[in-house]
Design a protein around this ligand. Structure first.
Ligand code: TYC
Length: 107
């Protein structure tokens, strides 16, 4: 018996990449940016009000941004991070300060 026509050919079947269905959405960092004009105590008050920080934690975050230029405040889903960054930035603007909070996706 001959075996003509039975040679396997490379599969050309496409397949969507398999991955677990348990992946959570990427989180986004809220970043506090230093400036030369916003009073330290005002930065602390915004961190407490908008990010529900204790005085102690808010002071540490403010000092880190003051010394290093930026500090990660917290991580949230994209929508929440953007909303909080906008509200916190607007709180400074309402007082005439250049206080800035930005967001960026986590790696
Ligand atoms: N650098 C400001 C000052 O000396 C205080 C400050 C800290 C402002 C952190 C912004 O993100 C900031 N008054």
């Amino acid at each position: 018996m001959t075996m003509t026509g039975t040679t396997a050919k490379p599969s050309t079947k496409t397949r969507t990449k398999v991955r677990p269905q348990t992946e959570r959405p990427r989180l986004h960092k809220v970043i506090l940016v230093n400036d030369d004009y916003t009073p330290r105590e005002f930065v602390v008050s915004v961190l407490k009000a908008e990010f529900r920080m204790t005085e102690d934690h808010a002071h540490k975050v403010m000092i880190t941004a003051h010394q290093r230029g930026v500090c990660v405040v917290a991580v949230f889903t994209k929508d929440v991070a953007e909303t909080k960054a906008t509200r916190a930035t607007d709180a400074g603007r309402a007082k005439g300060y250049p206080l800035l909070f930005t967001t960026e996706p986590e790696e």
